[in-house]
Each structure stands twice: as structure tokens, then as C-alpha cells.
Design a protein around this ligand. Sequence first.
Ligand SMILES: NC(=O)c1ccc[n+]([C@@H]2O[C@H](COP(=O)([O-])OP(=O)(O)OC[C@H]3O[C@@H](n4cnc5c(N)ncnc54)[C@H](O)[C@@H]3O)[C@@H](O)[C@H]2O)c1
Ligand SMILES: O=C(O)C(=O)C[C@]1(C(=O)O)C=C[C@@H](O)C=C1
Length: 366
Amino acid sequence: MEKTVFIIGLGLIGGSLAKSIRETGECHIVGFDTNQDTLEFARMNEIIHEIAIDIPQAAKRADLIILGTPITETVRLIKELDQLPLNHDVIVTDVSSVKRPVLEAANTISNKHIKFIGGHPMAGSHKKGIKAAKGHLFENAIYVLTPAEQCDDKHVGILKNTLKETKSNFVLLHVTEHDEMTGVVSHFPHLVASALVHQAKKWQDTHPYIPKLAAGGFRDITRIASSNPDLWQDIFHHNREKMIQLIDDWITEMSQLKLFLRQENTFGLTSYLQQAKDYRDGLGVSKKGAIPSFYDIYVDIRDQPGAIAAVAGILAENEISVSNMQILEIREGITGVLRLSVPTKKEQDSSYQILSAKGYELMMEK
Ligand SMILES: NC(=O)c1ccc[n+]([C@@H]2O[C@H](COP(=O)([O-])OP(=O)(O)OC[C@H]3O[C@@H](n4cnc5c(N)ncnc54)[C@H](O)[C@@H]3O)[C@@H](O)[C@H]2O)c1
Ligand SMILES: O=C(O)C(=O)C[C@]1(C(=O)O)C=C[C@@H](O)C=C1
């Protein structure tokens, strides 16, 4: 029987979930967002079947409610849903990047019809809003689930089944464990990226040429500084104790590096860099977790008119859609590297084969 899924907050994540759930063909999707343009876009583009009249009316009909909202709003909405006179069981889940405040609210739910399972798909983008939503965004990504006290395995099974088209790898985690780990590999790196951008901006006062020298490395490490400031302020706020602890750790790390340089300890510094390289190289980049968000392929090209268009043309002829394209360290007359990001492993493999057959020199992380 067709299930009714009610999604509140149809931005990048809520919209992407709506797209992938719709692909199952087993659900009727009702949407609600405080932004009217988002709702119209979702309906016009067949991302949802129906716009909710209001939250209470749609919640009463739903089998599953997904909160795709910022964390502070998610906590407020859990309390609002708790007050509704529901007459059948409904699974409620969220997508928040920090789980403690959400599960604290969920564990106080008194409405016996609500079964809350915290959710966090570990993939995303620096973009926001429904126009950036993609049905395949969570393919092969880790999708963390943190069930509240009122849930059992049966509810978790139903949720996983409804989200099966995401093609994610579901893992159950304890809330504290989740917030500590995402603090380290997701939230803190966003703080560092913003700090690096601030540092460059300050140096630009005395060195106006700085933006022109900001090549592949700086752009790679600071991409996430282009994320939505309101959303990330909310994430940092809800995981602030961990952030403060990680800033202290970072100061210690930087002091160690400063010491290596001051003491001209080349052995110490090389060994530090080697250990970082070994760990980074071993992160299993073919698995889509936080790293990378897409499947990358690096193509050597000459800096000459039409070089990029030629590569893009070959892939387009073979119906391979390129999600992103970036030129790394290209300079006049010198071989440059074009980084192409494709959405799936299959497209990464095909791109590699097709371009090698055309004589391109390529590199791809397996
Ligand atoms: N951006 C990422 O990479 C990422 C990845 C995983 C999880 N998350 C989490 O997903 C959630 C949403 O992030 P996003 O990137 O989709 O943001 P977004 O800005 O793209 O989307 C949020 C949507 O919620 C709507 N909204 C806000 N308050 C609302 C309310 N009270 N009622 C109804 N709609 C409301 C907004 O209008 C917007 O459409 C956050 O909790 C975030 O922590 C983000
Ligand atoms: O790829 C990005 O731009 C992201 O920031 C995605 C990212 C991350 O990897 O840190 C950001 C927040 C999430 O909660 C999950 C994923």
C-alpha cells in the first residue's frame, strides 16, 4: 500500500530525499516549507506530489515525517509535533548534522503515536536550497541513524526500507559518538576553512595579488568556506563544546608545527607530513562518506583553446553527466589538470576508459 511521506523543509537535503523517495514509486510525498517559492518549485518539478495546507493537517495523514530543517527549527518542530492529536503511529526522522539537541527533545516526547529515529545522511554540498537537490546525493554515503527511546528494530527497518532508493549505507550510532566524530571530520574542518579564508583576506591588504595566486590547493581546502553561514552557525552552536575542545587541540597541533620549524627539525616535520599522508591516503576514497562528495577523475590537458570543451564533449556524447569541473594549477603553455566530478562510481570508471581510449593521460582515486 502507498505510504504518505511528509517532508518539512525542502532544501538541499529535504529536496534530495524527496527526489530519491519519489523514485521508489511507493510513496505519496507531501511537502511543507516556510519559503513559498521552494514549495512551488518542488511541485512544478514533480519533486513532491502535494503541498501541505499546514503542518497539523499533513502530519495526521503521514506514515513518515522527515524534518529537513536547520537544527534549531528541528528541535522546535519535534515539540510542535508532540502536541498534535494523532490517531495512528508515525515514524518521525530528521537530517540534522548534530544529534544531541534533537535526541534530547525526542526522548521527552509524550505522544505515544510518535516513533522518533534521528537521521544524518553524511553527504551534502556547500550549496543550499531545493535547486541544488539531487536524488543520488546520498548514494553510497554513510547514513547515520540514532533511534530515540520509544523506538525498536521494527521502526528502524521501516525507515530504512522507505529510504532504500537513497542507496546509502545505514549505520546505528550513539549520539555522543556521532557528535564527536562529525565534530572532528565535518564541523571543525568548516571552521578551519573559514579561518584560512580570513587569513588570506587579511594578507590581501598588503599583497593585492593574493587572489590570483590562490590556486588548486587553496581552493580545494577552502571550498566548504562557501557554505551557508546561517546553517553552519547553527551547527557550530549545537556542537559548541566539541568545537571549543577541538580549537584547543588545534592550537597544540599548530604549536608542534611551529616548534619543528623553529628548531629546523626537518626529520620531525617530514615524519609529521608522512604520517598525515599515510592516514589520508588510507581513508578509502572509493567509499562515499564525507570524502569525497563525488567521484573524481583528473585529466591532463594543454592550456589551449577548446581543450576543456573537447573533454566535456566526449563525455556528453557518451551520456555521462559531469557534476563539477575545475582546473587545477593551469598556466600558459604548461600541462594543466582538469578535475571532473561525476555522480557515480560507474560513470567514473566509464569516463576513465573512454578518455584513455582517446589518448588522454588520467588519474583517478580508486
Ligand atoms: N548542507 C549539507 O551538506 C548537509 C548535509 C547533511 C545534513 N545537513 C542538515 O540538513 C538540514 C538542512 O540543511 P540544508 O543544507 O538542506 O539547508 P537548506 O537551507 O538547503 O534547506 C533548509 C530548508 O528548510 C526550510 N525551513 C527552515 N525553517 C523551516 C520551518 N520552520 N518549517 C519549514 N521549513 C523550514 C528552508 O526554507 C529551506 O528550504 C540541517 O539540519 C543540516 O544540519 C546538511
Ligand atoms: O560536501 C560538503 O560541502 C559538506 O560539507 C557535506 C558535509 C560534510 O562532509 O562535512 C556537511 C555537513 C553534513 O552534516 C554532512 C556532510
